[in-house]
Ligand binder design. Structure first.
Ligand code: 6PG
Length: 246
């Protein structure tokens, strides 16, 4: 794993830097594999990045979009991560509908939806039993409780190691989420973190040692590159030793 932590002046600097990293990974993927796979984060922080990607002139037919997690609501619901990304990016560009791989939220039982999406990923990446695909980029955020994707503190989703997709639990509300082993297979992981309210969680997440059940983002220890892009408000009072590249 190579971990890099960058404290940038503000959200627009984070958008610029994350766009650079996404485009660099896209170029590599197209050169090496002829296609690019990216999993999107939800929440509010990544939206301007999606808007910035939409303004690029890219080979949309070679780009496949997934979601790292989803709230268990329909795509037209205001809380939908799929809905947010479609408005900010996907509806604005000529990406083939078959290249968009939303997490299903139309089953009565979220566990069935999780299994359904697992099969969809196994089919797309042509996986054998027990195999995990390596996405080119996984975008993530963190909550002030230290969760990432929909891997929330002290929940069963944290313990799942033998599946790609599982059911997350946010205060009793179901979510569908990538598991930590799936996320950790990614070639590049980019955390986008803004706001002073994230400082306490960051201190525990970036520390040498700590409890991953209390701060689930600590589970993210990928094979490949790990980027932490923090704005000044999130990073300013953190101990500089936490920024040491690994
Ligand atoms: C979600 C996310 C979640 C998000 C964090 C940060 O569906 O909510 O995937 O993990 O990244 O909660 O959210 P903000 O960017 O809004 O602070």
């Amino acid at each position: 794993m190579s971990r890099k932590v960058e404290v940038l002046p503000d959200r627009s600097a984070i958008v610029q830097r994350s766009l650079e990293l996404v485009l660099a990974s896209l170029q590599n993927a197209l050169a090496e594999r002829g296609q690019f796979t990216i999993a999107l984060a939800g929440g509010s922080t990544p939206k301007p990045l999606y808007e910035a990607i939409a303004s690029q002139d890219l080979p949309w037919e070679k780009i496949h979009v997934f979601w790292g997690d989803e709230r268990y609501v329909p795509a037209d619901h205001p809380d939908s991560n799929e809905g947010m990304a479609r408005h900010a990016w996907l509806d604005l560009v000529a990406i083939p509908p078959a290249n968009i791989h939303p997490i299903p939220t139309d089953e009565a039982d979220p566990a069935i939806a999780a299994q359904k999406h697992e099969r969809q990923l196994q089919e797309f990446f042509q996986l054998g039993a027990g195999e995990f695909p390596a996405l080119d980029v996984v975008l993530l955020g963190i909550g002030d409780d230290g969760h990432t994707a929909s891997l929330f503190p002290h929940t069963e989703a944290l313990t799942v190691r033998d599946r790609l997709i599982t059911v997350g639990n946010k205060d009793g509300q179901p979510r569908i989420t990538f598991t930590s082993p799936l996320i950790n297979q990614a070639r590049t992981i980019i955390f986008l973190v803004t706001g002073a309210n994230k400082q306490n969680a960051l201190t525990h997440i970036l520390a040498e040692t700590g409890d991953e059940t209390t701060y689930p983002a600590r589970l993210i220890q990928p094979q490949g590159q790990l980027w932490w892009l923090l704005d000044q408000a999130a990073g300013e009072n953190l101990d500089p030793s936490l920024f040491a590249s690994k």
